[in-house]
Design a binder for this molecule. Structure first.
Ligand SMILES: CC(C)(COP(=O)(O)OP(=O)(O)OC[C@H]1O[C@@H](n2cnc3c(N)ncnc32)[C@H](O)[C@@H]1OP(=O)(O)O)[C@@H](O)C(=O)NCCC(=O)NCCS
Length: 406
């Protein structure tokens, strides 16, 4: 039987294509869920794999902007990738990735990004692992700030959904503009993905989503979304404060948002994940050793149009570097590229660095240096000092951070 891959043409097809990944976590999208889903991912951005008339796989793209060093850039946010167990290992994922990336290329979106549930899947399609995340589990008894931390400032209010929908996006946008890895959220995204609190989809033992707004001198300055999760064992109750998202528009606001979260009474533990590796929390607490800091994988980045991707971000120096690039999946990228004055052009210069497109994706947001990638054999230095020059260019401050899995 010949399989066919094409974009979805209806909400019904969108639902069936999303249902392929849904199969793996027991989710059969309802009509209402598909309608909501279509507000953030139009049917034509979802590729479906057909076996005859039956949809047996899907791979979608959220069309959004992602901040790269220098500002927001159009990005294809790859999501809901799945093939039904009845059709696995017949090349359907590969064919969907082919169709999807050709479509992204034709639409002129410079790069694609994703979260990988399995890090072994996407390298073959040119995605490089581009950022790390931190996870913390801090027992409340150790949750004090270090001595010398400035005194409390501002006040926190618990607010309703309507008010949070008016205020949080502005604060988020301020942080998003300056932080590589953040994505631009539409109103629908806020409503349907971030602030939605369907009781049937809460984690076991979880209470509602709490919305806390920090105001300093009467001005909104930060917020936290969090849940209290209770569990019981042999009559002993444990309460965990799970941080869903916490942001401040500046260091003072970030500190005060976290002070609030760390001080909630009756909490045994404060948990947070998807934090950036340079999050100030690790310097704010008195007991770094009690944070139980764990490292997780983060964003994967795939330059689809290498020239456009490189030219879209800003750089820390005006030095020049020439890459010899291999890209067997998107051969239009292959060859020699010189980056000079922030613009990448095809070139006949001698290469400074030789690398695969995966390594370029890994370094793109500034989350990994070319030097460390070269120590893992992923980048070859072809001219003396080239690693240091490239790193001086690509270095990014702050570290990449995407506060949500999409
Ligand atoms: C992962 C999944 C999408 C693969 O789909 P598939 O149609 O079976 O994949 P293909 O047959 O096109 O395989 C393409 C290549 O990827 C490899 N591959 C597939 N799944 C893999 C996995 N989980 N880990 C590592 N490699 C994998 C195949 O071996 C094949 O390699 P080859 O080209 O060297 O032979 C599918 O098994 C699935 O839906 N799994 C559960 C959901 C999931 O993990 N989705 C990804 C979310 S990020």
């Amino acid at each position: 039987m010949a399989y066919r891959i094409r974009p979805c043409r209806s909400l019904d097809e969108l639902g069936q294509a999303a249902g392929a990944i849904g199969h793996y976590f027991g989710w059969v999208p309802t009509d209402e869920e598909v309608e909501r889903f279509s507000q953030v991912i139009p049917p034509e951005r979802m590729h479906a794999a057909f076996d005859g008339k039956e949809i047996v796989g899907g791979a979608g793209v959220f069309p959004f902007e992602m901040t790269v060093p220098g500002g927001p850039v159009p990005c294809a946010g790859v999501t809901v990738v799945g093939v039904l167990p009845t059709h696995r290992r017949r090349g359907l994922l590969s064919r969907m990735m082919r169709a999807q990336i050709d479509d992204i290329h034709a639409r002129g979106e410079p790069f694609a990004a994703l979260w990988a549930s399995e890090p072994t899947i996407y390298g073959r399609f040119g995605y490089g692992h581009a950022s790390l995340t931190h996870e913390v589990r801090l027992p409340r008894i150790w949750a004090a700030f270090r001595a010398g931390t400035p005194a409390r400032t501002g006040r926190v209010r618990l607010i309703e959904q309507d008010e949070s929908l008016r205020v949080f996006p502005r604060l988020y946008q301020k942080v998003a503009r300056e932080t590589p890895g953040f994505l631009a959220r539409s109103k629908a995204w806020w409503e349907l993905r971030r602030l939605r609190d369907d009781p049937s989809r809460r984690p076991p033992g979880s209470g509602p989503l709490n919305r806390a707004l920090l105001e300093i001198d009467g001005r909104a300055a930060g917020y936290a979304l969090y849940r209290i999760v209770q569990s019981e064992e042999a009559g002993h109750w444990t309460r965990t404060l799970r941080v869903v998202e916490a942001l401040g528009v500046d260091p003072t606001a970030t500190r005060e948002v976290w002070r609030f979260l760390l001080e909630v009474d009756w909490t045994d533990e404060i948990q947070a994940w998807l934090l950036p590796t340079d999050h100030p929390l690790q310097h704010l607490v008195a007991r770094l050793d009690r944070l139980d800091l764990r490292v997780g994988t983060g964003l994967w980045v795939r330059p689809v149009d290498v020239g456009a991707t490189l030219s879209a971000r800003s750089y820390r120096s005006d030095s020049r570097v020439t890459f010899e690039l291999r890209d067997s999946f998107c051969t239009w990228n292959e060859g020699t590229w010189t980056l000079a004055d922030g613009v990448a052009k095809r070139s006949s210069r001698r290469p400074d660095l030789r690398l695969d497109v995966q390594a370029l994706g890994a370094a793109y947001l500034g989350g990994f240096s070319f030097a460390e990638l070269s120590r893992a054999g992923l980048v070859e230095e072809a001219s003396r000092g080239a690693l240091a020059r490239a790193d001086a260019l690509f270095l990014s401050e702050p570290a990449p951070w995407c506060p949500e899995i999409f």
